[in-house]
Each structure stands twice: as structure tokens, then as C-alpha cells.
Design a protein around this ligand. Sequence first.
Ligand SMILES: O=P(O)(O)OC[C@H]1O[C@H](OP(=O)(O)OP(=O)(O)O)[C@H](O)[C@@H]1O
Ligand SMILES: O=c1cc[nH]c(=O)[nH]1
Ligand SMILES: [Mg+2]
Length: 220
Amino acid sequence: MPTVALGLLAVDVLVVDHPLAKSRLTAMRDARTEPGLFRAALHELTTMLVYEATRDYPVETYPVETPVTTTEGTRLANPPLLVPVLRAGLGMADAALSLLPESSMGFVGLARDEATYEPRAYMESLPADLTGKPVMVLDPMLATGGSLEHCCRLLADRGCTEIIVLCVLAAPVGLERLERSGLPLRVVTASIDEGLNDKKFIVPGLGDAGDRQFGGMPRF
Ligand SMILES: O=P(O)(O)OC[C@H]1O[C@H](OP(=O)(O)OP(=O)(O)O)[C@H](O)[C@@H]1O
Ligand SMILES: O=c1cc[nH]c(=O)[nH]1
Ligand SMILES: [Mg+2]
């Protein structure tokens, strides 16, 4: 897994820049893309992100009967808990669960305060004990990093020591915040963007990922 140096910090981040991933990301960035097509592009891009994120997951083997003989089959040794961050992460949930049908799912609901830019938690549905359980957090946007830090802290407080944050866009300042948090995580993203504007939206970004999928007033 490559490491990206940001200032004095180093964070474990994989940028999935496959041409097909880039074309889905371009559709999501385009302000003219309507919600249905935005959701479809997010679904397809999530499939690619999950595929790359799970490349090094441990597997176990077991005997499988083919129509011809017995051979060795493979499955994930410890499928991750999937945790979409509501609302925007909901658009990644179905694609992730399709690739990881053995996984179960928890939910965290967060809304970023428009004045302080800090996350306000409104929902939490997670197993009480996550000892020994890898977790994959799904949220398309890592901006200031406040929301994903909050979510990953909930997981670490339950004993989780292995978190993959799956996002579409990451701002350098958000990556630095996650790095400083000391939480046991790595990041898989389709792009590290330039930065944030004065309303803490990612630039060039794609706008508000929740509103682009589900509707709402533009604030960027
Ligand atoms: O890194 P941060 O500065 O915390 O910003 C990122 C958060 O903002 C968005 O959610 P939002 O609060 O807009 O809620 P929504 O998904 O309901 O639109 C996004 O999905 C992240 O959760
Ligand atoms: O650019 C941004 C920043 C936070 N949340 C979003 O949905 N988009
Ligand atoms: Mg939003």
C-alpha cells in the first residue's frame, strides 16, 4: 500500500486512478449530472474502490466440488463490517454489499454543522464489540475530516483496530486530520483534491454529495 507524504505527515492512502474510475469521477464532478446518473456513477466507482481496497484481505481455503472434481476454493477469512455514513455514504452501501455479500452492516448518521463545520451525530447503529473485526467505512467525502474522524473514533472505542476509509474525494487537510488522530486506519480514494474553499467544500470537488444524490439546497 503506497504512502502519500503530506507536509510533515504520512498517511496510508491508496489513490485508485484507473481510467474507468476516472470516468465515473468525472461524471460525478460534472454539475450537469442529474441525481440518477450521479448515483449510478457513485455505485460503479464504489465497486472499483472496494475491489482495490480488499486486494490484500486475508483469505481462507476450503474444498469445493466442481462438476468434475474437488478443488480448493477461496473466501475472505474475516469479511469486514460495512459502515456507511448517512446520508451520502448510503449511495455506496449497495455496491459494497454486492461485492461483500458475507458482510454485515452498521450505520452512523452525521450532519456537518454549517457554521462550525463540526459533525453533529444523529444516528448510531453499531455492534457493541468490534474486537477482531475489520471495518470498511463508506463516505464519498473527506473534507475537513471531522466527520470521518468522529465515525472512526466510534469504531475504535468499540475495540476496532483495522479500519479502511473508502471515499471518492479526499482533501489534504482531511487526510492530515485523520493521520493526526492516531486512529488505526488507511484511506482508499479516487482522488486527492486541491483543498477546501471558504465554506469548507472540496475544490474542485463535486459539491454536496448528499444533495447531489438525494436533493437539497446548494450551499457551496
Ligand atoms: O470532512 P467533513 O468536513 O466532516 O465533511 C465531510 C462530510 O460532509 C458530508 O456529509 P454532510 O454533513 O453534508 O451530510 P449529508 O451526507 O447528510 O449530506 C460528507 O458526506 C461527509 O460526511
Ligand atoms: O465538498 C464537500 C464537503 C463536505 N461535504 C460534501 O458533501 N462535499
Ligand atoms: Mg451533505
